[in-house]
Design a protein around this ligand. Structure first.
Ligand SMILES: *Cc1c(COP(=O)(O)O)cnc(C)c1O
Length: 373
């Protein structure tokens, strides 16, 4: 029996292989490799998908976050509040911009705990950085209200939430600016690194546009206004994204349907906690994350069954040596730490079949009962 991969990118490639190779051939023949029409076309299409006036393509999701922080003129001496359970880049981007990430614990759903956020605000806090982790929107209504009351900016990390909605509003349109990653395995993924920021605010859009081309003035190319970086969205990747954006809604729907089947098959299995889906949100299931005790042994046994489950993420933010000078001690964020020890991501991708789901859920049931006895 074949292994079931955590993510299958090949099936989707084969579905649009011909069209893609032709578009890539045209681009290579034109030799217009930097920015140009495919990038502009994607920026326009993704802006329309989100319903915002400005999307600016950048080199990856980490740069999108860093440039978002910098475009808000947040830097040395400033604090940005970041959840303690997320991918490392959410906190690193704040530090790379020269500001200080301040971590707060998350709820059992992995999403930023708003009561903790309120307590972490100081006179230096400039922004809140919610992460729509695993594909489920953070609790944006109280978060936006808190930000308004305290005069704080909001930067959304949408790297896992392309198309997810909160009270019918799409993620990436709540805050001042949003960062997206199109890393290959994301719900909208390119065939290499790429990312984008989205914003309603023209002055922020203008700054990101300059920052991604070394701070060059939009009106005067070799005159540099800001200390930017070279972080353009690669044109070959924009060609892929233009093709794949069309399939994003149906891909998200396949993920949500597969997730529902997982939850139906695994409900009530002793020792296995299933992902919570809040009723006021649509969850696009970038990841289907369960929590199990003896997680590492559980994972080993799944791998032995040919099921390539994974871990997102094995460390809470304050456990990374890269953040050690922030001075957090173990035990500071108990829920984030527990998720780091107990989370396990089951294989999930739009082309997953019922047969694969059955194999995965049967293995999870079997291993859970073995480990319980
Ligand atoms: C993937 C991801 C990023 C970083 O994106 P890259 O394109 O890999 O740089 C940031 N935040 C979250 C939550 C992510 O999942």
């Amino acid at each position: 029996m074949n292994d079931i991969p955590l993510v299958d990118l090949k099936t989707e490639y084969r579905a649009h292989r011909k069209e893609l190779l032709q578009a890539w051939d045209e681009l290579c023949e034109s030799s217009a490799f930097i920015l140009g029409k495919p990038v502009e076309e994607f920026e326009r299409a993704f802006a329309e998908f989100l319903g915002v006036p400005h999307v600016i393509g950048v080199a990856n999701g980490t740069d999108a976050l860093e440039l978002a922080v910098r475009a808000l003129e947040i830097g040395p001496g400033d604090e940005v509040i970041v959840p303690a359970m997320t991918f490392y880049a959410s906190g690193a981007a704040v530090k790379l911009a020269g500001a200080k990430p301040v971590f707060v614990d998350v709820g059992d759903d992995g999403l930023m705990d708003i009561t903790q956020v309120a307590r972490a605000i100081t006179s230096r806090t400039r922004a809140l950085l919610p992460v729509h982790l695993y594909g489920q929107p953070a609790d944006m209504a109280p978060l936006m209200q808190l930000a308004r009351e305290r005069g704080l900016a909001v930067i959304e990390d949408c790297a896992q939430s392309h198309g997810a909605t909160y009270q019918k509003q799409i993620t990436g349109t709540f805050g001042d600016i949003a960062a997206f990653s199109f890393y290959p395995g994301k719900n909208l993924g390119a065939y290499g690194d790429s990312g984008a920021v989205a914003t309603k605010r023209p002055e922020i859009a203008r700054r990101v546009k300059s920052l991604r081309v070394l701070g060059s003035s939009p009106e005067n190319r070799y005159f540099h206004e800001l200390l930017g970086r070279n972080s353009r969205l690669d044109t070959l990747q924009a060609v892929v994204l233009n093709l794949k954006l069309r399939n994003l809604p149906s891909g998200n729907q396949c993920r949500a349907e597969a997730a529902k089947k997982f939850s139906e098959a695994l409900r009530g299995v002793p020792g296995v906690s299933l992902p919570t889906v809040h009723r006021d949100r649509s969850h696009v299931f970038h990841l289907y994350v369960i929590q199990v005790p003896q997680r590492d042994e559980f994972l080993k046994r799944l791998h032995a069954e040919g099921i390539r489950a994974g871990i997102h993420y094995p460390y809470a933010m304050h456990e990374h040596p890269a953040f050690s000078e922030l001075g957090y001690s173990p035990g500071t964020f108990p829920t984030a730490e527990r998720l780091a020890r107990q989370s396990l991501s089951l294989p999930l991708f739009p082309a997953i079949t019922d047969e694969m789901i059955l194999r995965v859920t049967s293995a999870v049931r079997k291993i859970a009962s073995e480990l319980a006895s």
